[in-house]
Design a protein around this ligand. Structure first.
Ligand code: TXA
Ligand code: MG
Length: 359
């Protein structure tokens, strides 16, 4: 199929933007699939009420059908057709964080106006209201909830620029709205809650301490992923997506962690030198402060050590850049797990297949 490309500024200027969004929305209404920017990463959207439309998403991405999708809404009223109930705590959370990079898992309404492909047969549904003018306008114009996973081929890093979507999905999707680089750079925080706890199923830019303002008891349930099976473990909500390989670059990626920066540098540089001798094409992911200390075929940074909250912004673009340059051996310096650094390390660990060297 021929993919339609539209370009818009984030500050959507009324007239021109309105016609682009109308065109894109009419594609969605026809059951077609359209990629669009959100504040986290680009999403690949379809009418969430249409099974045929939603199936097209799974097909274009090559996504396993047991991995459910997030439903994007532009207005809290849309919840009524989708969820069985909204607790007071959920209300508080939505008031505080929506629109924004937070996905909430709700109990699914019995006769919800939703394709059951979206929820992969679960009795819960993941919902978020994105904080991006193009995304919000598109949902409004399409006049339906929009199911949208990240707009990458399954297993690839999520797209933070329109060109990443094009690389993965050109000719496989009906259209793409280019709205420039996304702000956050990694996917939304996913949470599920009960009366007493909030469980973080996927870490993101809304952090544990922000959620603790609502409820003191916030747990990371994804950490239990590899832990021993126990009765409590069975009860902890999980995200089906967590079991799949994710965010992986083509080359082998190893993370080097350690308090002693000098030791980290020496470890990385000597591993890179050995790889060069073996004839590998080498890459290093580091911080702006250390960029010049390394020698490899491609040295990229994911920001400054002193601005951990911004490191997510360039992470996926860097992983894609290693692929583009056919780098076969990559070493990355770990970042601090403070604040948003936790989510960045979570994605980096997945990208590396948990290959970590501690020095
Ligand atoms: O920032 C984001 O969340 C982006 C943008 C496009 O909104 N979307 C995104 O979607 O990252 P996706 O499909 O790549 O990730 C959705 C995650 C998966 O890990 C999936 O398993 C989980 O949400 N999920 C969806 N429905 C769920 C449910 N009912 N219960 C638990 N986890 C669910
Ligand atoms: Mg994804």
């Amino acid at each position: 199929m021929e993919t339609i490309y539209w370009k818009l500024n984030k500050e959507i200027k009324e007239k021109e933007a309105a016609s682009v969004i109308q065109e894109a929305a009419s594609e969605i209404k026809k059951g077609n699939i359209i990629a669009f920017p959100t504040e986290t990463v680009y999403g690949l959207g379809a009418d969430a009420t249409s099974t045929e439309a939603v199936s097209n998403i799974f097909q274009a991405k090559g996504r396993p059908s047991d991995n459910p999708l997030i439903v994007h809404i532009s207005n809290k009223k849309q919840l009524r057709d989708l969820v069985a109930s909204v607790s007071d705590k959920a209300e508080q959370i939505m008031d505080r964080f929506w629109p924004g990079p937070l996905t909430v898992i709700f109990p699914l309404k019995k006769d919800a106006k939703l394709s059951n492909k979206v929820t992969a047969g679960l009795d819960t549904v993941a919902i978020r209201m994105p904080d991006h003018p193009i995304a919000l306008k598109l949902i409004e114009e399409a006049n339906c909830p929009i199911a949208a996973p990240s707009a990458n081929r399954s297993g690839k890093p999520s797209p933070t620029e329109a060109k990443h979507v094009k690389e993965d999905l050109d000719g496989r999707i009906n259209g793409l709205i280019d709205g420039g680089a996304t702000g956050v750079g990694i996917e939304s925080t996913v949470i599920q809650m009960n009366e007493d706890h909030i469980y973080i199923l996927r870490p993101g830019s809304i952090t544990k301490s922000q959620l603790q303002d609502i409820t003191p008891s916030v747990e990371f349930s994804y950490e239990k992923e590899n832990s021993e099976k126990s009765p409590i473990h069975e009860q902890i909500p999980r995200s089906p997506g967590i079991k799949y390989k994710h965010y992986a670059p083509n080359g082998s990626l190893t993370i080097v962690k350690g308090e002693n920066k000098q030791k980290v540098k020496q470890t990385i540089q000597s591993a890179i030198d050995e790889a060069t001798e073996r004839g590998e094409k080498t890459g290093i992911l580091t911080f702006i402060e250390s960029e010049r200390d390394y020698d490899a075929d491609l040295v990229l940074t994911y920001g400054s050590r002193s601005r951990i909250d911004e490191t997510a912004h360039d992470l996926y673009a860097a992983l894609r850049m290693f692929d583009k340059n056919k780098v076969t051996t990559i070493f990355a310096e770990a970042c601090s797990e403070e604040g948003m650094g936790l989510a960045v390390m979570n994605r980096l660990m997945k990208a590396s297949g948990n290959q970590v060297v501690q020095v």
